[in-house]
Design a protein around this ligand. Sequence first.
Ligand code: NDP
Ligand code: OXD
Length: 311
Amino acid sequence: MKRTLLLASAGERAESLTRAFAEMAPDIDVRTHAPGMDVSQIPYCLVWRAAPGLWPAMKSLKLVFTLGAGAERLLADPGLPRDVPLVRMVEPELTRGMVEYVLWQSLFHHRKVWELEAAQSCATWRPHAYPAPWDRTIGIMGLGELGSAAAAKLVEFGFKVRGWSRSPKALPKVESFHGVDQLPAFLAATEILVCLLPLTPETRGILNAALFAQLPRGASVINAARGGHLVEADLSAAMASGQIAAATLDVFATEPLPPDHPFWSTERLYITPHNASITDPRSAAWRISNQVAKFEAGEALENVVDRQRGY
Ligand code: NDP
Ligand code: OXD
């Protein structure tokens, strides 16, 4: 039996997702949302950000899937039905992409590539020292699907890795800290800080002046989570003072980052356009079809967002 799924607000990804469902999950009949469309009989929805009026129109809605790992935009929508499970995106390609990004940027900051760029720009053969990975501490905020996979890869590369989460964790060779009480201890030795937290009321604005001041002087910051985690003016001030030597940002309070934003011209601040990792259409289609089958068989769903926690 064909199951119908509404693809809403997928933008330029709609076409590749539709093709991926046809290939990987032919049991699912994908309909791309269009204004005026009758969605009253459609039970499943895959969405990035719902258009106004979508939820009341989906009168037969049973499950909502998010196109990304972060669900904060959907949770902030007061129209989202409270009694329908919200399943966030967890798929191996999204995780692999994020691991690649964190490794790439961690190595970039570990080797302080900006010092090489400065020497090259004036044609100077300047000796460039850097510690062994086991003498470099990388701290990951958020040890969930993405943070724990990134931590494991950095451990494999020999880095000293520590992580911070809400609940205690036991990950091989990762020094784990949890809760607000242990945040200062986590920060105290973190030379490269990676943020992979979900955006919730507790984590909004967490990358701020008070936090930067607790890092060793000259630390690096990598934010691949959400722009709302960062107090942008505090990062600018911390970089101007030298407390933070360099940063990589993938996410911003306003996206696309406006052309006149000072970050574009801040030295040692590296920008990527919110593409640290991207949901893979084929892998997503396969995961969603499995979850739908589980749901229809009355089995437990995976990666259901806990609305109380906000992730
Ligand atoms: P998970 O839900 O699997 O992990 C979240 C982690 O954050 C958990 O370890 C959780 O702790 C921890 N956490 C949550 N709240 C707090 C808190 N108040 N204090 C301390 N730790 C906390 O999420 P994912 O790893 O799948 O994704 C993380 C985020 O990455 C997404 O929400 C999204 O915003 C972002 N993202 C960005 C992408 C990009 O391209 N830039 C791509 C994909 C995701 P605990 O384990 O104890 O619950
Ligand atoms: C996500 C994202 O949350 O791409 O998956 O930001």
